[in-house]
Design a protein around this ligand. Sequence first.
Ligand code: XMP
Length: 321
Amino acid sequence: SWTTASIIDETVEAIRAQVGDGRAICGLSGGVDSAVAAALVQRAIGDRLTCVFVDHGLMRSGEREQVEKDFVAATGATLHVAEAADRFLDALAGVTEPEQKRKIIGREFIRVFETATAEVVADHHVGFLVQGTLYPDVVESGGGDGTAVIKSHHNVGGLPDDIEFDLVEPLRALFKDEVRMVGAELGLPEVIVARQPFPGPGLGIRIIGEVTRDRLETLRAADAIAREELTAAGLDREIWQCPVVLLADVRSVGVQGDGRTYGHPIVLRPVSSEDAMTADWTRLPYDVVERISTRITNEVSEVNRVVIDVTSKPPGTIEWE
Ligand code: XMP
């Protein structure tokens, strides 16, 4: 549309004005925000942008492959994958407090970037870091107009003091629906543009308790099933997002086969929302809920119970941490 095209023109101009003839690096998270931010910057400064995907080991099933395949195919951007799962898991060992998890993940994320920058563009100075920060993130982190900090979103409030980049935030004035329209106008494929939001700290804030490799594997398997069934039921557009949460420190008794089990609950948190500032819990069709529950408890051996979160925001936040 005319409006979307003019948003793109103005943003591209602003990026050129800010970056000049400098170089930028952009972290791709797998989500629509970073993909659209990167595509805008790519349009503004071309191959002076290098994209980096930090594999922090907290992604969902198949996400790394989607970035490597779909995003690169759509934009032709230069992509470097930084393997950092061990580093993040080491840093998160023994940590259970949500804000501490977020700060650790945010800090490690930036440091891996600095290393990747040094490696990837060794001959050039990279002065700018592109981030897909949206307007609601700015407001909730108190960066907009002095609003109190609710959660330190890792792409706004969790930055370390010794950051060496200037931030380029081309989506800072936009809501999610505008970002999707801009992405579509830029030619990004539906699989990226229609993608539901996923938090920067990833599955690290969807494991209630310490984050370990085994727990990540359990949550990843349950999450993949839930997403598969919601997509098959045609519910992706109706649902804003559906966090799948592992209550890793909670156990309950069950019976599976002829045996007593003592496993973990999985929480489904489907929400409907316009901008994530407020949300309502989505009334999922019971047959879909039944399929998800049956499949998760059959296919993921550590899980013996599936529950649904029926809390609106407020008082609940969308994520559990
Ligand atoms: P809450 O839990 O605050 O989440 O209701 C609101 C929206 O923000 C997402 N979220 C994040 N996104 N970095 C992000 O990029 C973060 O640290 C983060 N924490 C929450 C959440 O998934 C929801 O869409």
